[in-house]
Design a protein around this ligand. Structure first.
Ligand code: NAP
Length: 347
């Protein structure tokens, strides 16, 4: 067991082109904002865990829409949080799965060799690298029946879907739940979580994804290239908007009188309408409308672990890329047509 209290903060480990062995690792580094072209595979200092941290040997990470938003600093407001002129965090990657290599002296929950998964977005990112040091609370034991690649798909997308449906959407068994953007990273988990929580699920996706989304358990699938779900007179008790765009008034029309609309993603206009108009519409009607910003937490990782181990939820992996091709993975994700999750293979 290694016990150390290193001074090097994660994200400040960039060491140019220096090549060393032993205390270095490969990482995907971004020292400036921009397109995926700014991402470079570099040799950087291997982090050491502080007292409350564990050092994780990363086996897999997954890419999420948040990665390209951060990379490009879009929307611009992100710069106030993540660095005005250049990125504060120079190694991205939030969703991680790996094996613990060393623990800091105050760590109580894990020991070397434990298999873990977690979301690093609240503690500095860093999953696009061979190693990352993170507070133990950012992690949970990896679901035993999942591979590292499968486990890495869960922490950001599934927990977002869970918090949207359960915490903000107050999902109840038997309710009619509609998921718009059902074929992407968040949507494929949302369909399965809603089914696992007893809802009757309508999934909205394009023609090529209809069969895939039905195989995840959706009771009804609406092909958005053929039909507009806001125009067909059906009303849902809960709508999760994970992708696409409809005016908030159209979502309101597709909601039952006491329905709840939760926006987690999609176009910027959809986001600003949910943030700015949602609270006002909620005050002036019996419907509740708004956006959700997911908050990583250990409890929800454990909740998902149980659903995954019970095979009530199964990760959908579209593509896998080696660490050195992370830029390609993010370019693909940015096109907006991923079917499930995009995984970065590290180990
Ligand atoms: N609020 C939070 O805390 C939080 C957390 C995670 C993610 N997000 C956000 O959530 C959004 C979705 O994330 P994600 O990981 O699911 O993205 P994603 O995996 O990139 O979504 C891609 C999927 O969206 C579908 N899609 C594209 N246009 C659509 C449309 N008009 N209607 C319905 N489906 C459409 C695509 O299928 P087709 O091309 O075949 O339609 C594809 O399967 C992003 O905006 C992301 O930034 C927010």
């Amino acid at each position: 067991m290694t016990q150390t209290d290193a001074k090097t903060p994660r994200g400040d480990q960039f060491q140019g082109d220096r090549k060393e062995s032993g205390n270095t690792m490969k990482a995907i580094v971004n020292t400036q904002y921009g397109s995926p072209d700014v991402l470079q595979l570099k040799e950087v200092a291997k982090p050491a865990p502080k007292n409350h941290e564990v050092l994780v040997k990363v086996h897999a990470a997954s890419a999420a829409a948040g990665d390209w938003h951060l990379l490009r600093a879009q929307p611009f407001l992100m710069r106030f949080m993540y660095g005005l002129l250049k990125p504060k965090h120079t190694i991205l990657g939030a969703a991680v799965a790996g094996r613990i290599e060393a623990v800091g002296r105050n760590v109580t929950q894990f020991q070397p060799d434990d298999e873990v998964f977690g979301d690093l977005s609240a503690c500095g990112f860093g999953a696009f690298a061979e190693y990352v040091s993170v507070p133990e609370n950012a992690l949970a034991p990896k679901p035993s029946r999942l591979t590292f690649e499968e486990a890495a798909t869960v922490p950001v997308s599934a927990v977002t879907a869970l918090q949207a449906l359960r915490d903000q959407g107050h999902i109840q068994p038997g309710q009619k739940v509609l998921i718009n953007g059902a074929s992407g990273g968040v949507g494929t988990f949302a369909v399965q979580i809603a089914k696992a929580l007893g809802a009757e699920v309508t999934a909205v996706c394009s023609t090529r994804n209809v069969d895939m989304v039905r195989s995840l358990g959706a009771d009804q699938v609406i092909d958005y290239t053929q039909e507009d779900f806001t125009q067909i007179g059906q009303r849902a008790d809960l709508i999760l908007a994970a992708n696409g765009y409809h005016p908030i008034s159209a979502y309101q029309r597709a909601l039952s009188p006491k329905g709840i609309y939760v926006m987690t993603g999609g176009s910027m206009t959809q986001m600003f309408q949910a943030m700015l108009l949602g609270p006002w519409l909620s005050r002036n009607s019996s419907q509740k409308m708004g956006n959700l910003l997911a908050k990583p937490n250990q409890k929800d990782l454990v909740f998902m672990k149980e659903l995954l181990e019970a095979v009530k939820v199964v990760p959908v992996i579209d593509r896998r890329y080696p660490l050195g091709e992370t830029a390609e993975a993010i370019r693909y994700l940015e096109e907006g047509h991923a079917q499930g999750k995009v995984v970065i293979k590290v180990e």
